[in-house]
Design a protein around this ligand. Structure first.
Ligand code: IPE
Length: 270
């Protein structure tokens, strides 16, 4: 069963309005819930990002760089709670559509060391899946063995879980049609990269380095960070797709193994 597991990450820019703190795109959340409601097979795990809930606070308090001695400890409470608030809106939308989801907080499951997952207690995730529940996790504040506190991104989370749970595929739902040569929202000449292979990877990476629009409010590394995480999973034989989660039936289609425009990783597991 576990080799059929699909992991879906819904990016923060899909479900929230990044230009306005603490605001959601409720229509998009409801549409994604409706699409998932139609997906009858189980063995699905969902992770969502922070968008305008987690990122502004994490940035304000500089949480990705750990705990400074007299830093207000309440910044951890506020940031984690903002993520729970966003998670709650999503969970409600899913339960309204009768989808058996269960919210699991990464701060209860993962410890990082200098920002990288060092240990985890995956039993609640495994048991949920076994019961045909759909676990919904999110980018979160987590305790860090070296820095005291850190931010665990949804991208690191899906990669780690994909490998540990032997997922068949990881689907990244973003607010663009995949990965582009530069930010398509600011550059009309941006081209969709349909395949990321070992032989074109370096070129892609250098194009991101110079994108001044990337990483604006993103404390967890923007597109480049995303790419580096996913390559780890691709090397472990997991199929990886980056698609537009805002576009009509894309999520439903990809979960059902239909072709969707986007970026896929090929040739990493040979
Ligand atoms: C960030 O999660 C969570 C916090 C800042 C607390 P992600 O890094 O996965 O979020 P998005 O998808 O980029 O918004």
């Amino acid at each position: 069963l576990s080799d059929l597991l699909q992991i879906l990450k819904i990016g923060g820019s899909v479900i929230t309005d990044k230009s306005k703190p603490m605001s959601v795109n409720l229509d998009v959340i409801n549409s994604i819930a409706s699409q998932i409601a139609k997906f009858k097979k189980s063995n699905l795990l969902i992770v969502h990002g922070g968008g305008s809930f987690g990122h502004p606070l994490a940035k304000k308090y500089n949480l990705a760089n750990g705990l400074k001695s007299d830093k207000e400890i309440i910044s951890i409470s506020k940031t984690h709670q903002a993520m729970l608030d966003l998670n709650n809106i999503i969970i409600k939308s899913f339960i309204d559509k009768n989808i058996p989801v269960i919210s699991l907080s990464p701060i209860d499951i993962f410890y990082t060391s200098n920002g990288r997952i060092e240990k985890s207690f995956l039993d609640p995730i495994k048991t949920s899946l076994r019961l045909s529940l759909i676990p919904i996790l999110f980018g979160d504040t987590v305790y860090d063995l070296k820095k005291g506190i850190s931010i665990l991104s949804g991208d690191q989370l899906v990669t780690y879980l994909g490998i540990k749970l032997k997922a068949k595929r990881i689907i990244l739902g973003t607010d663009t049609d995949g990965l582009f040569t530069s930010d398509p929202k600011h550059n009309h000449g941006a081209l969709l990269i349909e395949e990321i292979r070992p032989d074109n990877y370096k070129e892609i990476v250098s194009s991101f380095k110079y994108d001044p629009h990337d990483k604006k409010i993103d404390v967890t590394g923007g597109m480049l960070g995303k790419l580096n995480e996913l390559i780890n999973a691709a090397k472990n034989g997991i199929e990886i797709f980056i698609i537009n989660a805002k576009y009509k039936n894309n999520i439903e289609k990809i979960l059902n193994n239909e072709k969707v425009k986007g970026t896929r990783f090929t040739g990493w597991n040979t």
